[in-house]
Design a protein around this ligand. Structure first.
Ligand code: G4P
Length: 526
């Protein structure tokens, strides 16, 4: 196949949702369609069990297993699909955000009964920041849920996106009769007994046809006609470019559990979702169809084997063809490196590959040399941007609990931060070290790994903070005035940049209002 066709047929995306909305179930159904797994439950068994325990050792063990589900690649109707997992339960971390820096589009899953929930809002903030095209899947229609029009309003309001239904639900819960596929003009009727196999849809262009009454009853048909009229009146026609430019998000309805509405979603997705796009570097734009390979590290999975500090760096291929055993430049160190066993992820299997194309994710074995955001090229000095740190929300002071091991502790902290586990800030007030994370589990992981991998012991002390955000200003005088007045709340990040430690949402808001010349940033790239 021509190189350009390899690029065009790739769809690299993530499924994002609040825990329990049905992300794992939907992923599994997509894999079943792709023939990548053959029984339901294959992905689920790898999922971090939310009920299991808050014991992070157990979670880390499962994380070890779930490395295979970090990226799930499969073929479907000539399309190469790469689904990137966004960990969401106790293992919610900056990694979850960062994964979104490596995708070309996302599917957002929303529980019809619960509507838009907090984690979805947080993840969507990252998508909006990056202008990522979004498709919404409203799930669990086999159960009673909110009114679909109310749901659409809620999605527009909370996720700050414009929506356009491309399918519509016919009832809900006990009265759920199926879905009308607006995109393909097809009627899909729901039968509870057919749990795993999607119904054969009925082509129905003319909604006034008596056939509709026959299939779903007269009453339901009248309601559907009315609602579809309303949709066509309220929402503008679907325009592909509007979706691709992230100006509008198509919405689908279904039930992932009953595999209902999923195939419609997938078929539309492969048609409309973008193939790999250009990526930004400090120096220039990089286009996927360039001849030479480039890529960046967006995630590092540690603890593959704790005894050897064996890690797997996840690299997104941005341009050219990646080849096994070819020398590539690791731009930050200036070293040429050859990879003899790069891995790819087909469904839940990890295997050594000879080549990979733009949009693919390659796993590279690393003994501690790579950092999040590192760039690989054939020889060009490029630095990919758009892989920032995200403003953390949980904080603790970290102290040395074994004075004999302070060197080990410092080294360990630096390396774990490079891996993207958490962020380190030094308070300018007292020089104390503060660890900031977006997920609670990271504190335990850091403590455990410092001890087991570096022989260092740490202890935490509480600090009451709401958020850490970066700031700057064009006005030097105002900047130093702000720093003087807020000196108790200023810290430096690992690059010696200024960070404001807001102790409450109110104090952050007040700072933003009182110091309009200061720009506050919620990611480290600005
Ligand atoms: P997540 O990855 O987003 O956290 O959600 P997951 O797919 O694990 O789904 C959470 C729960 O919701 C599961 O039930 C799952 O079976 C259920 N679910 C997912 N999609 C649907 C749907 O379309 N309809 C209905 N009725 N339920 C759905 P559970 O009881 O927590 O887990 P399990 O014992 O079924 O595995």
């Amino acid at each position: 196949m021509e190189f350009i066709d390899e690029i065009k047929r790739r769809r690299t995306f993530a499924i994002v949702s609040h825990p329990d909305a049905g992300k794992t179930t939907l992923t599994e159904k997509l894999l079943l369609f792709g023939g990548a797994i053959h029984v339901a439950g294959a992905v689920k068994s790898n999922k971090i069990k939310r009920t299991a325990t808050s014991d992070f050792m157990e979670i880390e063990r499962q994380r070890g297993i779930s490395v295979a589900t970090s990226v799930m690649g499969f073929e479907y109707n000539g399309t190469k699909i790469n689904i990137l997992d966004t960990p969401g339960h106790q293992d919610f971390a900056e990694d979850t955000y960062r994964t979104l820096t490596a995708v070309d589009s996302v599917i957002v899953v929303i529980d019809a009964a619960k509507g838009v929930e907090s984690q979805t809002e947080k993840l969507m903030n990252v998508c909006r920041m990056r202008n990522t095209p979004v498709i919404v899947f409203i799930n669990k229609l086999d159960r009673e849920g909110k009114d679909p029009f109310d749901l659409l309003d809620e999605i527009e309001e909370k996720l700050k996106i414009k929506v356009r239904p491309l399918s519509w639900t016919i009832g809900m819960g006990k009265k759920f009769k199926g879905v009308y596929n607006i995109y393909e003009h097809k009627l899909n009727i729901f039968t509870q007994s057919d749990k795993q196999i999607a119904e054969k849809p009925i082509e129905l262009f003319n909604l006034q046809s008596k056939d509709l009454d026959y299939y779903i009853t007269e009453d339901a048909a009248d309601v559907l006609r009315e609602e579809l009229d309303l949709i066509n009146g309220v929402y503008s026609d679907f325009i592909l470019d509007d979706y691709r430019e992230a100006r509008v998000s198509p919405v689908f309805f279904g039930s992932a559990l009953y595999n209902f509405g999923v195939k419609e979603l997938l078929n539309c997705f492969i048609n409309i979702a973008p193939s790999p796009k250009e990526s930004k570097t400090i120096e220039r734009f990089v286009y996927p169809d360039e001849e030479k390979f480039t890529g960046f590290v967006f995630k590092i999975h540690a603890n593959m084997d704790p005894n050897h500090r064996n890690r797997l760096a996840f690299v997104k291929v941005c341009s050219g063809k990646f080849e096994r055993n070819k020398n590539y430049l690791h731009v930050r160190s200036g070293k040429k490196i050859k990879f003899s066993s790069p891995t790819a992820f087909m469904a839940s299997k990890k295997s050594v590959i000879d080549e990979a194309f733009p949009g693919d994710i390659v796993g590279l074995h690393d003994t501690g040399n790579f950092k999040i955001g590192d760039t690989f090229t054939e020889s060009e000095q490029l630095h990919f941007t758009g892989i920032p740190n995200f403003a953390p929300e949980l904080f603790r002071y970290i102290e040395n609990a074994d004075p004999m091991k302070s060197k080990q502790l410092n080294k360990g902290i630096v390396q774990l931060m490079d891996e993207g586990l958490a962020q380190l800030f030094i308070s300018t007030l007292n020089g104390r070290k503060i660890i900031g994370t977006v997920g609670a589990l990271q504190f335990e992981v850091i403590q455990y790994r410092l001890l087991h991998e570096y022989g260092a012991q740490c202890r935490y002390e509480p600090i009451s903070l709401y958020k850490a955000c970066w700031f700057d200003s064009d006005d030097e005088a105002k900047l130093s005035d702000f720093k003087n007045r807020k000196y108790k709340f200023i810290a430096k990040d690992k690059f010696q940049r200024d960070v404001f430690l807001a102790d409450s949402a109110y104090s952050l808001q007040m700072a933003q209002e009182k110091f309009p010349e200061i720009n506050f940033h919620f990611t480290s790239e600005f």
